[in-house]
Write a protein that binds this ligand. Structure first.
Ligand code: SF4
Ligand code: SF4
Ligand code: SF4
Ligand code: FES
Length: 899
């Protein structure tokens, strides 16, 4: 439609003046007249319009009179031009709009009593507003409902052909899964090719459908909209931190809805740069675990070989007694704790306080250790900032995005939508570098599929290419001539030809990617699991910072090096000090001034500055018998880590294993005490998303059974241990954090942070960088003996293990138990879908079926990390990042033979 460019910061649209209902209004030349009218606060009816995508102009509701024209004009598709004189009100317009409503109703089934949209339907609203009372001409279409999709039903009798569903899918999501098709004499919405819908199942089409033509299979016929309580909260699946509404009826969660809705169709088109308000499949359809019958509802205490339901009071007495006894006998060093980054900031804060001030131990860690801490440490070290510097708006408006080591649509689908908008609206060039054939790669201007585990070499190649091609920003490198000379010397031996052979990316590819990144005025690096969850994760980030530095992309508006967080509150876990190396606010645990401050605030003596164990060390010490008691909140190490880490041996050795979780996990089965915890929907608090935005989590339902919020259980435990904690709500904890970390609760806006590399570049950088680019020795070990790279990773439809408790998501993506291979490899090995193979790594061997997967690159194979059946994870070996102790266990080399 061409209406978007006026919102593009690179396009100077002229400011024009026009008249609306007698008032002079200024606007950008060429934008939708409807947008200009609604920007004055006037809302006129518009059933096929939504501000997030280009207007379609089918419903005939948004009529206005333009001076000089005889008939009314559709304002949504009309472009604002200078001098227009517009009238939006009057009986003639009212009657014209009423006629449009009557026309829609004349082919509508009027089955409102059994329609999910009854009471939440724009057609009903329009009929009411326009006084349509005579339906004598109504006639039925008798189109059979299309129930072939896994999550959505299409009732085309109710469709008003507004195309909002098609447009949101095509324009905003760039998926394009729907189309109109003439069937049975009617224009109907069908999945492309009239096949069963096969898409990302985000449900955004459902959200924008103004009538009941698209319905949610999981909540159909379960409610009337007015029966539901609607709670605004933050999604608990990934670090994107999408806002959502949990809709409950009595004690049941009925559905999740989004700010994106036909009800919310008026907005500034430029605002979508901050997000379009939609959700992904996990957020929208992954809610059924919240009130699942398999939730834990009672504390369990081990009696003999059995875990027996026990009242809370008795359980907590037992827990306090056992912890106290072990602490007295073995000292606080014999106690450790692990917590999931799915907990709120307030709970994470309380957890580290409990460990340090309650137990007096610094043996604690969170799931941020699985990768995010690599980013935080490197970024703090080089730039003095412990999180990503750019927000969604920066990403959307970037002119170049370098997305490396991330299958972003699978891990962070709504951040992926920002890149899609960058491509579609702001014409960004996107470089994707990954060992999978990703969805984003299909949209990117420069997609590169590389050999598995060669990301670090690719970065070497990019830095080398930037220097060779003189893509260097002289202004910034001149400020640190020695550092730049050292970097140049450090990469002098790097051969692009050699790296090209090692990585599978061509020499020209390196040059193109480096040029795209360096030459754009606003360039963003975004990296994911392929960078931070690798043994060289910390170095990888430092190298990406090198690239950004020399090309002048550090600290400049709209530029920076960023990472993705897979769990909802990994950033919060680090910010709240849940790591042995950090106190809250990312103060170093050995920083005396910070120690004094927290010791005073908590009125305790903190554990020794040099004490503390991170995740891997905790497991080692459990195995060696040094740690006797472990408190695990929401983590499931037994199901997550490979057998080579001997987690079971570590847990078996414990005298006391307390597991606090909403579900009876594999780790819980080994516990001495299991404490039933609430989900995010049953508590208040905040999450900090990947932009550094602190987002509210609000209680949407009563705790299930006797489950309690994690903060509540920790408070009871601390008080049992003799602390005098008086928290009665998450707000009380928040008040304490506010005092200790002023400015942290930036609700709504991420705090602006500016990277500064000056100190880093002038203090030891020359020595450090000398050994950074040692790509010569980098052939992936074992490639000759074991020709396949086996990767484990995330699917779009799941998140960790928690989503496997959501029947809706399991329906979409069940565990097939099969290894995913590229169709070419399967053909080469003579394997058909379902054929059995033997997969062998240095750690063992197992037999399983195979299935073709177009996203898997040749010479690699993939198994989703969410499932342990068969136990593919046990084929993995573990490598630790030498600086951050981040364990990496999602990659190994294997042989594949027909079984
Ligand atoms: S669910 Fe999402 S991806 Fe699928 S058709 Fe609807 S909008 Fe498109
Ligand atoms: S299904 Fe709904 S959104 Fe799609 S064209 Fe029909 S009425 Fe519009
Ligand atoms: S993108 Fe992430 S935060 Fe947003 S709905 Fe999906 S899982 Fe939830
Ligand atoms: S809103 Fe303009 S024609 Fe539908």
């Amino acid at each position: 439609m061409g209406l978007k460019p006026a919102t593009n910061p690179d396009v100077e649209a002229a400011t024009i003046e026009l008249s609306i209902d007698g008032k002079a209004v200024t606007a950008k030349d060429g934008v939708s007249l409807y947008d200009v009218i609604s920007s004055t606060g006037k809302i006129i009816a518009a059933m096929c319009y939504h501000y997030t995508f280009d207007p379609f102009g089918s419903c005939g509701m948004c009529l206005v009179m333009q001076e000089g024209k005889k008939a009314p004009v559709r304002s949504c598709t009309a472009k604002a031009t200078a001098g227009m004189i517009i009238r939006t009100e009057g009986d003639d317009l009212f009657q014209a709009r009423k006629k449009a409503v009557e026309k829609h109703l004349s082919v509508h089934p009027l089955d409102c009593p059994v329609c999910d949209a009854d009471g939440h339907c724009e057609l009903q609203d329009m009929a009411f507003q326009h006084g349509v009372t005579n339906l004598a001409n109504a006639k039925q279409k008798f189109i059979p409902e299309d129930t072939r999709s896994l999550v959505l039903d299409f009732n085309m009798n109710r469709c008003i052909a507004c195309a909002e569903c098609i447009n949101v899918c095509k324009d905003v999501l760039m998926i394009d899964a729907l189309q109109f098709m003439k069937k049975g004499g009617f224009n109907q919405v069908v999945a492309k090719g009239d096949l069963p819908l096969s898409c990302e199942f985000c449900g955004d089409c459902l959200a924008v459908c103004p009538v009941g033509a698209i319905t949610n299979k999981f909540s159909k016929y379960l409610y009337k909209p007015w029966q539901m309580k609607k709670t605004t909260t933050t999604c608990n699946y990934c670090g994107d931190g999408c806002q959502m509404y949990v809709e409950t009826k009595d004690t049941e969660v009925i559905r999740i809805t989004s700010p994106l809705s036909w009800k919310n169709k008026w907005g500034d088109r430029a605002d979508t740069a901050k997000g379009h308000g939609g959700l992904c499949v996990r957020g929208r359809f992954g809610f059924q675990y919240l009130d699942s019958p398999s939730r834990l509802k009672q504390p369990l205490v081990r009696k003999g070989n059995q875990l027996v339901e026990t009242p809370w009071l008795e359980t907590m007495h037992h827990v306090v007694e056992r912890f106290s006894e072990i602490c007295k006998r073995q000292g606080p060093e014999a106690i450790a704790g692990l917590i999931t980054a799915r907990c709120t900031n307030e709970e994470l804060y309380l957890f580290q306080k409990l460990m340090r001030a309650g137990f007096r131990t610094n043996n604690l860690d969170s799931s941020a250790r699985y990768g995010h801490l690599n980013f935080v440490h490197a970024s703090r070290h080089a730039l003095g900032i412990g999180r990503s510097p750019n927000d969604w708006e920066d990403l959307t408006k970037a002119k170049a995005v370098l997305l490396i080591g991330s299958n972003i649509t699978e891990t962070n689908p709504l951040t992926a939508v920002r890149i899609k908008e960058a491509i579609r609206v702001y014409k960004a060039q996107v470089v994707t570098i990954d060992s999978a054939i990703t969805n984003m790669g299909k949209l990117a201007s420069h997609p590169f599929v590389i050999k598995a585990r060669t990301e670090r070499l690719v970065i070497d190649g990019l830095v080398k290419a930037a220097i060779d091609l003189d893509l260097v920003d002289e202004e910034v490198t001149k400020k640190h001539p020695q550092a730049f000379a050292a970097l140049k010397a450090g990469v002098a031996h790097v051969s692009l030809e050699q790296i090209a052979a090692q990585t599978g990316m061509s020499v020209q590819g390196f040059k193109d990617a480096a040029s795209v990144f360096a030459e754009a005025p606003r360039s963003i690096i975004l990296c994911g699991e392929g960078i931070v969850r690798q043994p060289d994760g910390h170095q990888n980030i430092l190298k990406l910072i090198d690239l950004a530095w020399i090309t002048g992309k550090l600290g400049r508006p709209g530029c920076g090096v960023n990472t993705l967080t897979e769990e909802p509150n990994e950033q919060g876990a680090v910010d709240m000090g849940v790591a042995p190396e950090f106190l809250p606010g990312q103060a170093r645990f050995d920083d005396q001034a910070a120690r004094d401050r927290f010791a005073k605030a908590w009125d305790v003596t903190l554990p020794a500055a040099e004490s503390g164990a991170h995740l891997m060390e905790i497991l080692n010490r459990c195995r060696s018998g040094q740690i006797r008691a472990l408190y695990v909140i929401g983590e499931n190490p037994l199901a997550t880590m490979p057998a080579s880490m001997e987690v079971r041996a570590a847990l078996d050795r414990l005298e006391l294993l307390i597991v606090q979780d909403p579900f009876f996990t594999e780790t819980a089965k080994l516990a001495h005490v299991v404490l039933p915890a609430c989900t995010y929907a049953e508590k208040d608090g905040t999450f900090t998303n990947l932009e550094g935005r602190v987002l509210r989590v609000r209680q949407a339902m009563d705790p299930l059974g006797d489950s309690l919020p994690d903060w509540h259980i920790m408070t009871a435990l601390a008080n049992g241990l003799g602390c005098q904690w008086e928290y009665e709500s998450a707000n009380d904890i928040q008040a304490e954090i506010m005092k200790l970390l002023p400015g942290y609760y930036n609700l709504g806006q991420p705090r602006k942070i500016t990277p500064n590399a000056d100190h880093y570049l002038s203090n030891g950088y020359t020595t450090m960088v000398a050994n950074r680019y040692h790509s010569g020795a980098a052939r992936p070990a074992g490639a000759e003996q074991r020709p396949f790279a086996l990767l484990m990773g995330q699917l779009l439809y799941h998140s960790g293990k928690m989503s496997t408790e959501a029947p809706g998501l399991i329906k979409i993506a069940p565990n097939t138990g099969r290894l995913r291979m590229s169709p070419q490899d399967m053909e080469r090995l003579g394997l058909v879908d379902g054929a059995k193979v033997r997969v062998t790594s240095d750690r063992g061997s197992l037999q399983l079926g195979v299935q073709p997967d177009q996203s898997v690159a040749p010479h690699t194979c993939f198994f989703p990390e969410h499932f342990n059946e068969p136990p593919v994870k046990d084929l993995m070996s573990v490598q630790l990042d030498p600086v951050t102790n981040v364990p990496s266990f999602k990659f190994t080399r294997v042989t594949i033979e027909k079984a």
